[in-house]
Design a protein around this ligand. Structure first.
Ligand code: PAF
Length: 279
């Protein structure tokens, strides 16, 4: 595996490749990321991964400084997955000057859910993803459904900018007890780790009720949030949305069996976890 930090070198290395498949990450790789690499292999060749902790997508009080940096271990894992190039730019490589041109996702999709609780987050994500796409020029890129709203926003961005990159969605990789794998799980202490699967359990409770014909979404969402709060969580939201645009379903949508997803974000201690479940 070639490890490249400069954009020019990356372009030289990938020149002429027509089927490049790309998996962008912020490192601290776990089985969830590796499952993205395995899915990538089915959709193109060569596989290019990136590791870049993107300051633009972190709020002022978020965990940019303490975000886990495990480069040597990450390299070993990517080598085993047959990754051809790891693009690992330093900040000065990707942002040699202040990044003043930005991608601004529309409010109806970028200002809700995560966008409401993490202002600027999706602006930072789409800006870096567009820039990484411009560097790698992939035919296909893989994103996890764990970050459901991110996936949808990147899909919409790729469509609206007519990017020549097909966006592939990977299923969420879960621990045996249901907890979605995430780099931020590493912040949890033993007691918090034992409690963490409750988030997924509450998503299942809401999803099961909706599947069973319950249409009082506000009540279901409140009950799941109350359950979390009673167990010591600080929930930001648990919300049933339409998969197509992440807007709240109308009574008519529910009657017509519109495809839905329930999304959640909640803090346990100082660690904010997100998860979702298609209904
Ligand atoms: O999902 C992530 O790890 C990041 O948001 C991404 C897509 C690599 C952009 O920094």
């Amino acid at each position: 595996m070639k490890i490249i930090s400069s954009i020019d070198e990356l372009r030289d290395q990938l020149r002429g490749q027509l089927r490049t498949v790309f998996v962008p990450t912020m490192g601290n790789l776990h089985e969830g990321h590796l499952s993205l690499m395995r899915l990538a292999r089915k959709h193109g060749d060569p596989i290019v991964a990136s590791i870049f902790i993107n300051r633009l997508q972190f709020g002022p009080n978020e965990d940019f400084e303490k975000y886990p940096r495990t480069f040597a271990a990450d390299v070993e894992k990517l080598e085993k997955e047959g990754v051809y190039v790891l693009f690992a730019p330093a900040e000065k490589d990707l942002y040699p000057e202040p990044q003043e041109f930005r991608v601004q996702p529309p409010d109806d999709i970028g200002g809700i859910l995560e966008g409401e609780f993490r202002p600027g987050f999706f602006n930072g994500v789409t800006t870096v993803v567009l820039k990484l796409f411009s560097c790698v020029q992939p035919r296909v890129a893989v994103f996890g459904k764990k970050d459901y709203q991110q996936l949808m926003i990147i899909r919409n961005m790729a469509r609206q900018f007519s990017l020549p990159t097909e966006i592939i969605a990977a299923e969420t990789f879960r621990a045996e007890d249901g907890l979605a794998l995430s780099s931020r799980n590493g912040y949890l202490n033993t007691a918090q780790r034992a409690e963490a699967p409750t988030l997924y359990a509450q998503l299942n409770a809401v999803a099961d009720a909706v599947r069973g014909g319950s249409h009082d979404l506000a009540q279901l969402e409140k009950s799941a949030m109350d359950t979390l709060a009673a167990r010591g969580w600080q929930p930001d939201y648990i919300s049933v949305r339409k998969r197509i645009n992440l807007q709240a379903p109308s009574a008519q949508d529910l009657a017509q069996n519109e495809a839905l997803v329930v999304l959640a974000a909640a803090k346990i201690g100082n660690t904010r976890l997100i998860d979702n479940l298609e209904i």
